[in-house]
Design a protein around this ligand. Structure first.
Ligand code: ATP
Ligand code: SKM
Ligand code: MG
Length: 185
């Protein structure tokens, strides 16, 4: 795990509510484990969980159908709306892999604790099966190109980075929980 400078927030006091704390946002490339890790983290620390892909699907239908019928730009607009609705104090939010492309969403992430979840291409290739991700319908070459393009953006937003390639989910979760607890987040 690699972390940035410790946030300046005070340690939690008795009576503090998680709902007063900055939202915890999980960002990173497709199949890194944002949704799985976010859901487990929220359950463990007693916070509400939201997944922006899920919110878009609930409101507008399956992602491949949105891309086919309306194009990526419309998906990005609906995704940005989902980020704005979900990213409120006290929550854990898993963002879609490309949500950081939207400037307004990046501004909102400035008020969040941002966890970058990474995965190497070998593990990503094993996890990509099952489809549902139109931008990588052609496989790992597209995943590699997109991940490399976005890496500087992901790194610039992250407060902490966790790699899931060779670490079981339970241990990644323990590490993240400890990192948050040390900082009163
Ligand atoms: N640490 C891990 N070890 C092994 N498999 C993992 C790990 N983390 C996640 N996975 C598996 O990888 C797959 C992708 O995980 P997940 O859907 O959480 O990724 P994501 O980052 O949310 O992807 P997307 O960008 O498509 O939303 C799932 O099948 C999940 O069970
Ligand atoms: O990285 C991306 O651009 C995407 C990631 C997924 O989470 C979905 O939001 C969608 O498939 C696009
Ligand atoms: Mg996800």
């Amino acid at each position: 795990m690699t972390g940035g400078a410790a946030p300046t927030g005070e340690a939690p006091r008795p009576g503090d509510e998680a709902s007063d704390r900055p939202p915890i946002a999980l960002i990173g490339p497709m199949a890194a484990g944002k949704t799985s890790l976010g859901r487990k983290l929220a359950s463990r620390i007693g916070r509400t969980f939201a997944d922006t892909d899920r919110l878009v699907v609930l409101e507008h239908g399956p992602i491949p159908e949105i891309f086919a019928a309306h194009g990526e730009a419309v998906f990005r607009r609906w995704e940005a709306e989902a980020v704005r609705r979900a990213l409120v104090p006290g929550t854990v939010v898993a963002l879609g892999g490309g949500a950081v492309l939207d400037e307004g969403s990046r501004e909102l992430l400035g008020a969040a604790t941002v966890v970058l979840v990474t995965v190497d291409e070998h593990a990503a290739e094993r996890r990509l099966g099952g489809g549902g991700r139109p931008l990588v319908a052609d496989g790992i070459d597209a995943w590699r190109r997109i991940a490399a393009e976005r890496e500087p953006l992901y790194r610039s937003l992250a407060d902490v980075t966790l790699d899931t390639s060779r670490t079981p989910m339970a241990r990644v979760l323990d590490e993240l929980q400890a990192w948050l607890a040390e900082r009163g987040l």
